[in-house]
Design a protein around this ligand. Structure first.
Ligand code: NDP
Length: 373
């Protein structure tokens, strides 16, 4: 019933994932040698045992620096199943009413919030108040104001706030960023990001304004926003946007079906992006410079990411994104490791400010200035 899963299955991800499992250790071998790691392990409780939470839990079995040790769920049957599958002790199991008590649990370092978007704000703030590091799924919240409140709450509590931007650790993506930084594409002129899939079940939370915060933009369009920033290496300064809605029953007021948006960057580069819940086969990034280009397609699916540049095919290893992400998060939390592309709350607030601006541009039909700092 989960349409994102259906989409990913359509592009062949599930079958491939089986083949990728043995490769999951690639990043471990490069970032933290699997066999010899004897440092501190990030002990994580997952909140929201749904489709993506399940994927993260599976992937974490291959982690060397992070370990799933607890759950927070509203569904007792799932808790039982996860306890037996992952050896989670009763004392590390919570529900949405009592998880503030996690503050008294010395065996959990961080909580990974993988619930519907509209719940992240309150849940992350409660996690921070309980003195635990917070990891939030994307979008970190449903607008920039909420996002900033989350950042402030985590700062006040002295805990880290990270966001599940798994592409920030993906090898082919990082190679394109390296090439751009090295000037191999020359002056960047243009970025194109196409992100979408056809959503199914009209009753799911992704089509509920209160729980989703919007529509396709919050769920999948955010990849084009975030990607336009890490691919160009610039922050957008203006946006124009146009919405198209073909099904007003399924996509109610405040739930966007398709939005096309355009960014301008300080250098004069421009971007043209598409976010949709009404078309398949859209998972493509294209970066154009005056000396070369890069194309990633698929660009943000679970893998394998594929790509080429003017120099030929990208051959960096295939990884299990969530395994790498969680090992890297351990390094960021415990060792203040700095990722190539930030994954913290401030980074997420930038995406939320841009989303706010896109919605404003749709509403007003005008070019909207973006101020990220
Ligand atoms: P699911 O609907 O599959 O799972 C969400 C889970 O949240 C539920 O199973 C439930 O778990 C819990 N939950 C708590 N309150 C509610 C509620 N009111 N309605 C529905 N569920 C509730 O969603 P996904 O796992 O696909 O998405 C969760 C988050 O992860 C979203 O923010 C999404 O954007 C993000 N995501 C990120 C991806 C990525 O690649 N980074 C990919 C897919 C999703 P329980 O029964 O245990 O309480």
């Amino acid at each position: 019933m989960n349409s994102r899963r259906d989409f990913l299955q359509k592009i062949g991800v599930s079958a491939l994932a089986l083949h990728l499992a043995p490769l999951a250790g690639w990043a471990n071998n490069t970032t933290n040698n699997e066999k010899t790691y004897d440092g501190k392990v990030l002990r994580v409780a997952i909140m929201g045992l749904g489709s993506y939470g399940t994927r993260v839990a599976e992937a974490m079995q291959s982690c060397t620096k992070a370990k799933l040790v607890g759950v927070i769920s509203g569904t007792p049957s799932k808790v039982k199943a996860w306890q037996s599958k992952y050896g989670i002790p009763e004392k590390n199991c919570y529900n949405y009413e009592n998880f503030d008590n996690i503050k008294n649990n010395p065996d959990i370092d961080a909580v990974y919030v993988i619930t519907p978007n509209g719940l992240h704000h309150d849940q992350v703030i409660r996690v921070a108040k309980a003195g635990k590091h917070a990891i939030s799924e994307k979008p970190m919240s449903v607008n920039a104001q909420q996002g900033q409140e989350m950042v402030d709450a985590c700062k006040k509590a002295g805990v880290k706030l990270l966001v599940g931007y798994r592409m920030h650790f993906e090898p082919k993506t990082l190679e394109v960023i390296r090439m751009r930084q090295a000037g191999e594409f020359g002056k960047i002129m243009f970025f194109q990001g196409q992100c979408g899939f056809t959503i199914g079940d009209p009753t799911q939370w992704r089509l509920n304004k209160q729980l989703a915060g919007g529509g396709a933009m919050m769920d999948i369009g955010i990849y084009a926003i975030n990607g336009s920033r890490y691919m160009t290496g610039e922050e957008p300064i203006w946006v124009t946007a146009q919405e198209t809605k073909t099904d007003h029953e399924k996509f109610k007021e405040g739930v966007d079906e398709t939005i096309q948006f355009q960014f301008g960057f300080p250098s004069g580069a421009v971007a043209s992006c598409l976010s949709t819940y009404n078309m398949n086969n859209l998972d493509r990034f294209f970066l154009d410079g005056d000396k070369g280009f890069a194309e990633l397609q698929p660009s943000t699916g679970y893998g394998p990411i594929q790509g080429r540049t003017h120099k030929g095919e990208l051959t960096q290893p295939i990884t299990t994104h969530q395994t790498v992400q969680m090992d890297e998060f351990a390094g960021i939390i415990f060792d203040n490791k700095k990722p190539v592309v930030p994954v913290d709350g401030e980074e997420a607030v930038k995406d939320l400010k841009i989303i706010d601006a896109i919605y404003q541009a749709v509403k007003t039909g005008k070019k909207v200035d973006i101020k990220l700092s």
